[in-house]
Design a protein. Structure first.
Length: 439
């Protein structure tokens, strides 16, 4: 197809297959060779994790910018526009640049489609290639890569020697591709650990930690482990935005006020602070401790415990899998136990939606309305939560409204100023709600 404008570029990208039958990095390596290996010569920070990796990317980016570096970032999914996925110092790639680099990449895709028996690159491989080509032409000091799924076979994993890798969390998600046990999932994520390159890990279950320890030892990679090499904990009982104490590296009991809400951000901030210290050491640059505080106070990450209204409190949180929902439930128990919480929930059909809804319904002070939304593309739809609500024990009857706009309007008209409206279940759903509320 001809790519003449922004709409053509997105149509080309989203029109590609998402997965192939056999996971491999060989196709990606060939793809980048044909493009002149644009990833060569760049400095990378590589981040994976079942949950939390997006927040860690945001905090790491802000702190490195505070150190005076120009920082590229590659993230997914996007919340408002596709361009957010490829950004420099938080500024998304322009429509014109996206068209230019999509045109460049598309030429090679057409050739590989004709050559390879399994067909050419997938959608995410194309996104990754566009990103590498774009950053190769920009004056960036470091690029933060967020893994798409897993790690070992993720298209970002063709980089050879990152400044530092990080595995934020290991939990149950994408089991169809990554395995059914935490050890198997950890093994996939540990695939980003490179020879003689340091790795930082967040809090992990024992079986996951053992897998990562084995890979780190095999790769002679220095491993910075949670509560062994660094630690972070919340100071006092802070509503929504934690104040933390961090110790690790050159920092000892340093206090940081976070601008990202939710108590699970305590661990994420600990991982990010450790990444930044390791990266600055690898770059042989001095660490400016004062700017770390300012950076963490100004980090923004849309759709993750995002406060969009104060009275009543309206929060958007893309808790899109079981571990994410469990973290959200803990935040509700800690911060909103004395308030009535009105939950609007829509979950993708390929998630553990029965377990996720069960976790949310376990809270005594929640009033749940389940709804639906248009999935991100055909073949990936919203779960029919109505079919399971009779099997979910709850303290208040679970309501159903397939039209989420109508459901949100109804909830908004019923709550008092002291209540909390919490919209959750899928980042794609959050994106739709955000468009309605903030555009």
């Amino acid at each position: 197809m001809q790519i003449k404008n922004y709409e053509d570029a997105l149509k080309f990208i989203h029109g590609r297959p998402r997965f192939k039958k056999r996971p491999t990095l060989e196709r990606m390596k060939l793809f980048l060779r044909r493009l002149g290996n644009p990833e060569k010569g760049q400095q990378f920070i590589h981040i994976t994790g079942t949950n939390g990796k997006g927040s860690v990317v945001a905090m790491t980016r802000e702190m490195l910018m505070g150190q005076g570096l120009t920082v590229g970032s590659f993230t997914s999914p996007y919340i408002t526009r596709f361009n957010e996925r490829i950004a420099i110092d938080g500024q998304p790639i322009s429509d014109e640049a996206l068209v230019k680099y999509t045109q460049r990449v598309a030429q090679v895709v057409v050739d590989l489609d004709a050559e390879l028996p399994e067909g050419g690159p997938t959608e995410f491989e194309i996104n990754t290639a566009i990103m590498f080509c774009y950053f190769a032409d920009q004056p960036v000091d470091v690029v933060i890569l967020e893994v798409g799924i897993g790690g070992l076979y993720d298209s970002t994993n063709i980089i050879e020697a990152p400044l530092v890798s990080a595995i934020v969390t290991v939990g149950y998600d994408h089991m169809k591709y990554l395995g059914n046990t935490l050890a198997e999932i950890a093994q996939q994520k540990a695939g980003i650990i490179k020879k003689n390159c340091p790795v930082v890990t967040g809090p992990l279950e024992k079986s996951a930690q053992e897998e990562i320890a084995a890979v780190a030892e095999e790769q002679h990679s220095y491993w910075y482990a949670w509560q062994r090499d660094y630690e972070a904990h919340q100071i006092g009982h802070q509503l929504l935005y934690p104040l933390i104490s961090y110790s690790g590296g050159n920092l000892h009991r340093e206090r940081f006020q976070l601008s990202l809400a939710g108590n699970y951000q305590v661990e994420n901030a600990g991982v990010a602070l450790t990444i930044v210290q390791v990266a600055m050491r690898q770059l042989n640059l001095p660490l400016l401790i004062g700017t770390l505080r300012q950076s963490l106070q100004h980090t923004n990450w849309p759709g993750r415990m995002e406060l969009v209204n104060e009275e009543p409190l309206v929060i958007l949180d893309g808790a899109h899998n079981l571990p994410g929902v469990q973290a959200l439930v803990k935040t509700c128990r800690d911060d909103f136990a004395d308030r009535e919480i009105y939950l609007l929930v829509a979950i993708l059909a390929d998630k553990q939606y029965d377990l996720m809804l069960g976790e949310l319904a376990s809270l005594p002070n929640v009033h749940i309305t389940v709804t639906a939304f248009n999935g991100p593309y055909s073949g990936r739809s919203s779960a029919n939560l109505n079919s399971i609500i009779n099997d979910i024990p709850s303290h208040h009857p679970i309501q159903v409204d397939e039209n989420w706009q109508r459901a949100l309007a109804k909830i908004s008209g019923e709550v008092s100023a002291d209540d909390v409206i919490l919209i959750t279940g899928s980042l794609y759903f959050i994106s739709d709600v955000r468009h309605l509320m903030l555009d």
